[in-house]
Design a binder for this molecule. Structure first.
Ligand code: MCA
Ligand code: AMP
Length: 511
């Protein structure tokens, strides 16, 4: 049975070896010894202000070495880490704070005046600052705290993190992840991907999702390897980091942008041993082009906020383009009919269901929704449609859920539709994802005005910018007289996807 705490594992790394190397402004190198000491200081501050086991600590902070250390500190003091996308607007933050009732909110110093008001109204006791350079009121307090901290004991089933994921009903749900979920998945991935203390991971993902926070960070720390932290994805910075690194983890957009820059070569990537892709489907053509350019077969894996990572292509053996490989150690998957739950026969398509130590313990304060997503025998229904071939490789062929994935970010159309439908002059709307060369899918809103109303896409766009994070905002807004419906009166989103399929054709990354 693995030790419960991530920090138990982190402690076994060599104290003098680099854990986190932050590039860019505020660049800093932190050893494992310093990571343990500094996280103890943060943990002392958190305990000092009353963070008790199970209390939520919400963090909407820019990416920095200190932010990663702070995450470890929350885990060490028994708190529940609640990361928030830095793109979220005040109105989105308001919902999360009221729902999760955290004891502490950490925000960037430049946002503290605005967010403190939101936090105060939501009853958050402490709002503190941590900026991109790792400075701020929480760092100041940590400077004065002891570097010794006895980790609060937590069981495998105790909560470690709460990650919000939007829902098909438009209301975000907090996925409750336990210490057991995080530790078991990190160990499974570390072993599957052969991570060791010799690894140097280029970390260019945001740290508010499972991918950048758990997959990248936990796996590297569990192995005692180093992370080269880039503030965000940037082609030039990645190309500069590759010669010093061994691994990269990214969403498909990372790989299409790297290929488009034309500077990848076998020589450049000679010291790299692994490129991982996930969070959205990696086109087989990208896989092939990357192999031609670098000699490396990208390893594609599949996961979900509620389940951490579920499957992975093999480290040794064929990494089959277009597939997401096999279940990780200790995890079982099966395919079933979405409605009846009956097992899918042969190599047919069914909804992917999963069971194992990786699967979350439920949605925060939503027992009904939790129950609806689990089968009686404990399998979690992912909502993804898959097929398993004769050799056991899983392919994700589509989604049973109404979800758009743009540049690896999830957008639930319902959430956007609710906002558009609430605007004056709007009768109804339908939001769909259509192919986009750079982002995989681009968001399109098709809007019907009320009789006699004239709708201006520009005004809709302006109104949404106050309410929704930028990545959720439609890239195109199209006003039409009516939406296509089937005989039951249901909007036919497939027809809309078909009609607007070419809307972003030939559009790579916007200048
Ligand atoms: C930024 N913008 C986006 C996105 N990102 N719009 C749509 N989709 C996006 N993903 C907005 C910006 O606000 C900006 O708005 C405009 O698009 C252009 O930004 P650009 O400079 O092109 O974007 P970027 O800053 O380079 O970011 C693109 C990115 C980034 C590198 C693909 O979105 C990213 O790092 N994505 C990774 C997300 C991730 O980690 N997903 C994992 C979650 P304006 O033009 O108005 O200024 S899924 C997960 O965790 C599960 C468990 C799993 O399986 O992994
Ligand atoms: P999230 O809700 O952010 O955790 O996103 C999880 C969803 O991302 C999954 O349910 C899938 O629909 C999708 N996803 C993750 N990895 C892959 C992949 N390799 N291929 C296809 N879809 C993926």
């Amino acid at each position: 049975m693995p030790d419960n705490h991530l920090s138990d594992h982190v402690r076994s790394a060599i104290p003098a070896s680099a854990a986190v190397v932050m590039k860019g402004p505020g660049g800093v190198k932190i050893t494992y010894g310093e990571l343990i000491d500094r996280s103890a200081q943060f943990a002392n501050v958190l305990s000092g202000v009353g963070v008790a086991p199970g209390d939520r600590v919400a963090v909407q902070a820019k990416k920095s070495a200190e932010a990663i250390i702070f995450y470890l500190a929350v885990i060490r003091c028994g708190g529940v880490y609640l990361p928030l996308n830095t793109a979220y607007t005040s109105s989105e933050i308001d919902y999360f704070l009221r729902d999760a009732e955290p004891t502490v909110l950490v925000t960037d110093a430049s946002e503290i005046d605005r967010l403190k008001q939101v936090a105060d109204r939501a009853g958050v006791a402490h709002t503190v600052a941590l900026d991109a350079l790792g400075a701020g009121s929480i760092s100041d307090a940590a400077d004065r705290a002891s570097t010794r901290f006895g980790d609060i004991e937590r069981g495998s089933d105790d909560l470690a993190a709460l990650l919000y994921t939007s829902g098909t009903t438009g209301r975000s749900k907090g996925a409750m992840l336990t210490h057991g979920n995080l530790v078991s998945n990190a160990l499974a991935l570390r072993d599957a991907w052969r991570f060791s203390q010799n690894d140097v991971l280029i970390h260019a993902l945001p740290i508010f999702h499972v991918h950048g926070l758990f997959v990248a960070t936990n796996v590297t720390m569990m192995a005692g390897g180093s992370m080269v932290i880039l503030p965000k994805f940037d082609v030039e910075a990645i190309i500069a980091a590759i010669p010093e690194a061994t691994c990269l983890m990214g969403v498909p957009t990372f790989y299409t942008r790297l290929l488009a820059c034309g500077r990848l070569s076998r020589e450049l990537c000679a010291g790299m041993r692994l490129f991982v892709s996930g969070s959205a489907p990696l086109p087989a053509s990208t896989h092939a082009a990357f192999r031609r350019a670098t000699g490396h077969a990208i390893l594609e894996r599949y996961g979900m906020t509620e389940t951490n990572m579920i499957t992975s292509n093999p480290y040794d053996g064929e990494r089959r383009a277009g597939t997401v490989g096999f279940p990780l150690a200790g995890i079982t998957i099966r395919l079933a009919d979405a409605e009846t739950g009956a097992a899918t026969a042969g190599n047919g398509v069914g909804v992917v269901e999963v069971k194992g130590p990786n699967v979350f313990s439920g949605y925060w304060r939503m027992p009904g929704k939790t129950q609806a997503e689990f089968r009686d025998d404990g399998f979690f229904v992912t909502g993804d449609l898959g097929r398993i071939d004769r050799d056991g490789y899983l392919t994700i062929v589509g989604r049973g859920k109404d979800l758009i994935i743009s540049g690896g970010m999830n957008i639930y159309p319902k959430e956007v539709e609710v906002e558009i439908d609430g605007l004056p002059g709007v009768l109804e709307s339908a939001v769909v994802g259509v192919p986009h060369d750079d982002l995989g899918e681009g968001v399109v809103a098709v809007v019907v005005p009320r009789s006699g109303a004239a709708l201006e896409p520009r005004l809709i766009r302006e109104a949404l910018s106050e309410r929704l994070a930028r990545f959720k905002q439609p890239r195109e807004i199209i006003v039409v007289d009516e939406l296509p419906r089937n005989t039951m009166g249901k909007i036919q989103k497939n027809r809309l996807r078909h009609t607007y399929a070419g809307l972003f054709a030939g559009q790579g990354r916007r200048p």
